[in-house]
Each structure stands twice: as structure tokens, then as C-alpha cells.
Ligand binder design. Structure first.
Ligand code: FEO
Length: 396
């Protein structure tokens, strides 16, 4: 338990062990935390719970801090099981306690738990008086689920933001100024790129709406990772930038390869890029062995990407297909792209990649791809170098 203010305590779970999230989809190389908060005023409020494997531990710890039967209200900001699982255990003890959530929250909580709890649907601007303070609710649909809700505690100036502004980042120091800043920003960006980026338009709208409320925000308390207490504006500013066609001066080359031909193409294309754009950061990733969620983060920060695979059974290699499928779902904004790949007897891969990049919203140059037959010879490598130069000029 961590006392955040006189009336607000952190009662969540720090999960140092977690390395995969959303099943096996997302890597969490620095672990995570499932943040739950207890407000003790005239009324006692529990905001969110933790993931199922820690539900019993959560309930036992909570009982040491407060008699669970004295919890007056539960606020479920989000129904995803990493937050709502343990609420079901708490509600076994106090089944009639009002559960404040959005109308969509009612649907998804019922959908997961199949219980007809004492739901109180709330909308933006609704208030819950809890004594000397009040919680104001702000709907945050599609950040990143339809049910998402935020709550603002006026007395302590805390915005409980649910998944928005979070990071998968285990640390015993739960504040932004107590951890390595570059690690924190990387994890916040990785979280944004992989989870929030598909809803960037909603993020922009929500930030504008929050600004209009003119709330003095002292602490942003997200559902994962550290609280933004030292500088809550930093993450608001980062989200404003990330939501608006974000790009750095970086070109990322992602490839898979069987015998090194497509790898060689990637390296020589990168040399061509360097010739034209010496100030750009160029990064190469082997999609079979690099961390896919980190690659998505690197794509997110790039102004342009190149994706390569050899032709394999008339298609493309698994890791390339998986990454492109993910990019299709995320639909990153205002990025340029091209494709490349080696082949033996059917030059299919570059065509397939080109099509998938187009479908994912990338802008492609007229000459959008390059192929090399078998093991690229000197002439093929010169062509790759020239392709890299042209692409760098297009991406500038
Ligand atoms: Fe952390 Fe969308 O749950």
C-alpha cells in the first residue's frame, strides 16, 4: 500500500514477472502493474481492481487496509479483465455495492462476469459526492475500449485516467520522477503505439475536452505503471504530439530472411538512404527475432518504413505477415513506406507487401518496391542502393 495523499491510497499490484500481455500479443519487457486506488472520505471508494491471478492477494491486502464491507462505492473505469477480475472477488463480499461505470461498461462487465451487479451508469460531467470531495466522471470511449471512463477527484486534483497515459512498467517507485526518464517515456510510447494509436483522433478530441474542463491536474493516475505527479503536463503534451501524425527523423527497415538475400537487400537499401539523408536515424530489425511490439514502437516514431520478405510458398514469411497485419489494425498516420524482397522463381513477396502497406494507410512512392533474384549479385545490390537513395528522397 502506498499513501498518495491523505485520502487516496494505491492498492494495486506490481507485476514484476509479466513479459506478455493481451495473451501473447504484446511484450512487456519491464513488467507491469495493475493500478487500483482506494479513496477514504466520508464514503469509501474503490477504483478498479487487478488481474485474475492476483485477485485473492488483492482482496487479502485490501482487507488489511480497510474493512471491505465498509467500501461504499466501486468505480470500474474499464472492464478489461486486467482491471475488473478482482472486482468480481470484492463484489462476492459486498454484492449490493453500487458499481459506477459507463453504459458500455455495464455491457462489457456483464459480458465478462455474467453478473447483474448494482450498476450505476454515468456520463461525462456526472458527479459522485463522497464527503469533503467529489468525483467527476469523464467518458473516454475508445481510449482504448468503448467502455473507458476517467474520474477526477477535486479535493486532491487527481485524474484517474484508466489505460490512457499508462505504461507497462514495474517499479517500486510509482511516480514519474522516481524512475529513469528515458525508460519511462519509451514504455509510455510503446503503450501508445501498440494500444492507443488506432484511436489517435479520439485522443485529440479527449485532450481538448479535458482542457476545456479547466481542471487543475496535480496527479494523473493511470491504470498501469507510474503516476504522473512531478510533471503531469509532460504526458499530456506527449499524447497531444503522438496523436497528431507523430514522426521523428527516422527510417525503419524491417525484414525477414531465409538465407540472407533479403537481409543483404535491407542493408544495402539502408546504405542508399544514408547517402541521401545523413541526419536520419536508420534502424534495421529482423522481424523473426526482434521484439515485435518494440518494432511497432519504432515504426510509430518513424517518418518512413521499408518492409522486406523473400517469397515463400508464393507468399511472404510469417513474421512479416504478422507485423503487417498488426500495422493494418493500428493504421498509423502520415507515414511513407516501400517494399522489397528476394525470390527464386516467383517475385510475389514485394507485391504482397506493397498491397498490405497500401491497405494500412501508408503513402508509397511510384516505384514502391524492389526485388532481387536468388542471391543478389553486384548489379542487384547497386539497384538496391539506388532504390534506397530514391526512397530517402521521397521520405524527406
Ligand atoms: Fe489495462 Fe485495457 O486494460
Amino acid at each position: 500500500m502506498l499513501k498518495i495523499t491523505n485520502k487516496v491510497s494505491y492498492v494495486g499490484k506490481i507485476d514484476w514477472q509479466l513479459r506478455k500481455f493481451h495473451g501473447e500479443q504484446l511484450t512487456t519487457n519491464r513488467g507491469s502493474s495493475y493500478n487500483s486506488y482506494l479513496i477514504q472520505d466520508k464514503k469509501n471508494v474503490l477504483i478498479d481492481g487487478v488481474w485474475g491471478p492476483f485477485a485473492k492477494e488483492f482482496v487479502d491486502n485490501l482487507q488489511k487496509i480497510i474493512d471491505i464491507k465498509s467500501i461504499d462505492y466501486i468505480v470500474a473505469l474499464h472492464a478489461e479483465p486486467d482491471h475488473s477480475s478482482a472486482l468480481a472477488d470484492v463484489l462476492e463480499i459486498i454484492p449490493n455495492t453500487p458499481v459506477y461505470c459507463t453504459a458500455n461498461g455495464v455491457k462489457s462487465l456483464k459480458g465478462y462476469h455474467h453478473k447483474d451487479w448494482n450498476f450505476v451508469p454515468v456520463k461525462t460531467g456526472d458527479k459522485l459526492d463522497i464527503g469533503a470531495s467529489a468525483l467527476t466522471f469523464i467518458e473516454a470511449a475508445m481510449l482504448h475500449w468503448p467502455d473507458q471512463l476517467m474520474a477526477y477527484l477535486d479535493s486532491d486534483k487527481i485524474l484517474f485516467s484508466s489505460d490512457a497515459f499508462g505504461q507497462h512498467f514495474a517499479t517500486e517507485f510509482m511516480y514519474d520522477d522516481c524512475v529513469d526518464n528515458s525508460e519511462l517515456i519509451f514504455e509510455a510510447m510503446k503503450y501508445y503505439a501498440n494500444i492507443v494509436a488506432p484511436y489517435s483522433k479520439k485522443v485529440t478530441q479527449k485532450l481538448e475536452e479535458i482542457a476545456k474542463f479547466n481542471l487543475p491536474i496535480g496527479i494523473i493516475a493511470p491504470a498501469h505503471g507510474v503516476m504522473w505527479k512531478h510533471n503531469p503536463n509532460l504526458i499530456l503534451e506527449k499524447y497531444a504530439k503522438w496523436a497528431n501524425a507523430y514522426k521523428e527523423n527516422q527510417i525503419t527497415v524491417v525484414y525477414d530472411t531465409m538465407y540472407g538475400s533479403t537481409r543483404r537487400m535491407a542493408e544495402v537499401i539502408a546504405e542508399g538512404i544514408r547517402e541521401i539523408d545523413p541526419s536520419a536515424t536508420i534502424k534495421l530489425f529482423h522481424s523473426s527475432t526482434a521484439d515485435n511490439s518494440d518494432i511497432i514502437t519504432e515504426v510509430f516514431r518513424s517518418k518512413a518504413i521499408l518492409v522486406g520478405s523473400p517469397t515463400y510458398n508464393s507468399g511472404i514469411l510469417n513474421s512479416t505477415a504478422a507485423m503487417l497485419e498488426e500495422l493494418k489494425g493500428i493504421r498509423m498516420q502520415a507515414k511513407k513506406a516501400a517494399a522489397f524482397g528476394s525470390y527464386g522463381w516467383a517475385a510475389n513477396s514485394a507485391k504482397i507487401i506493397t498491397k498490405m502497406l497500401e491497405e494500412s494507410g501508408f503513402e508509397l512512392p511510384e516505384a514502391a518496391s524492389i526485388t532481387a533474384n536468388w542471391n543478389p549479385d553486384e548489379a542487384a545490390l547497386v539497384a538496391c542502393f539506388e532504390f534506397g537513395k530514391k526512397f530517402a528522397a521521397f521520405a524527406k
